[in-house]
Design a protein around this ligand. Sequence first.
Ligand code: OAD
Length: 425
Amino acid sequence: MAAPRVVNARQTRSKGEPATRTRILKDSTIESVAEFINNGSAKNIIVMSGAGISTAAGIKDFRSPGTGLYDDLERFNLPYPEAVFDISFFKDNPDPFYRLAKELLPGRYRPTFTHYLLPLLAKKNLLLRSYTQNIDMLERLTGLDEELLVEAHGSFATSECIQCHELCDNSHVRKHILKGEIPHCKECKGLVKPTITFFGEQLPDRFGTLAQVDFKKCDLLIVLGTSLQVEPFNRLITRVPASCPRLLINREKAGEDMHLGFDFDDKWKYPVLRDALFLGNCDEGVRQLAKLCGWEGELQAMFEAGNIEMALAEELEALTLAKEAEEEQKEIEERAKAEKENKDKDEEEKPHVKEDPENILKDTHENHKVPKNLDEESKSTSNNTAADTVDEVDAITDRLQATEISSSKKDSASSKDKVKDDKSS
Ligand code: OAD
């Protein structure tokens, strides 16, 4: 590759090269990309991401040898690893997916430093859209406006019947998954699955509609933590204008073996030189980019505020779950108590064979007790516990409201309402 130059046109010509070549970035480093941003050339940035942005959160990626999810599926006895997300396989054998879904279910993981690049770019009015292959929903937890997000492979946010395509109650599906049960449609008894796009299924309409418009407008593409092995998502990198610079931040090179794919080493002699590479962890690469753009402090602050908010939301969730479990247990105990009382009453009402038949009749009548008002009794104990929980929930919600990011705020508010509703009902 020729020595870096800031100029736009490169006139040198070697064998097999086009007559005129244009250099968009000074060179293929992250510094050149930062320079491109700093001189105001990037106004419509698209971020494409994959499982590598979530490994720092504790979620496995798919294909990293040894640590990826596909190397850890022997226990499911699959014909090939991707079968766990294959719709034909799922129809015959949904069990492996549901066992895995229990481990993947969102709610236990927090967004990484890299995830907060998205709301930061949005705040600076530089983010055209974030396209993710991830189903972990961590982008949403950063408070990113959902309008700026395309979950190309769907998510756990909703669930639908694969037969009649009715949307199903997601909390009901979640409960089934957590109990290790397979949910079925109430309408047609078909299999219900979260709206994750399986191999053999269409990507969400939103993906096709927005990609068609967005990628033409893109003036900087940042690709994070993906092996770019799955179509059609990987092809998106070829759909930006020829003059649009592209940066890959990943532990390994990717996306080089396709028409108009990445060319970090000037192997394909494209007429335009515009690809940059940061080899390493996403969090490191994103931190370096932010630093070079003068955003590091701001990004760190967003990450820390997000973490505080997540911790509070998790505390609230744990309390809500504890309250639900407590109520469930109380119901079980009340039912057992009522059953026992009925049984005792039946025993008492049984005629004593040796006694005078007249006395038996009399005894049974006298012994016939009015059942205790279980409702009254349960209400008084239940109110104490629920009130305590509501106070705690209120306190946490107030603390949550004092923090910045809005999406979790909505969740906590609704949880608070839920606890209150539960209490009043
Ligand atoms: P892959 O597992 O194929 O690729 C993850 C990439 O991220 C690899 O290149 C890793 O080297 C890299 N990586 C891992 N951790 C990293 C880190 N902390 N920093 C930087 N790089 C890191 O995952 P995806 O490309 O997302 O689809 O896989 C795409 C699709 O394949 C998934 O959406 C899923 C899967 O089958 C469906 O299930 C439909």
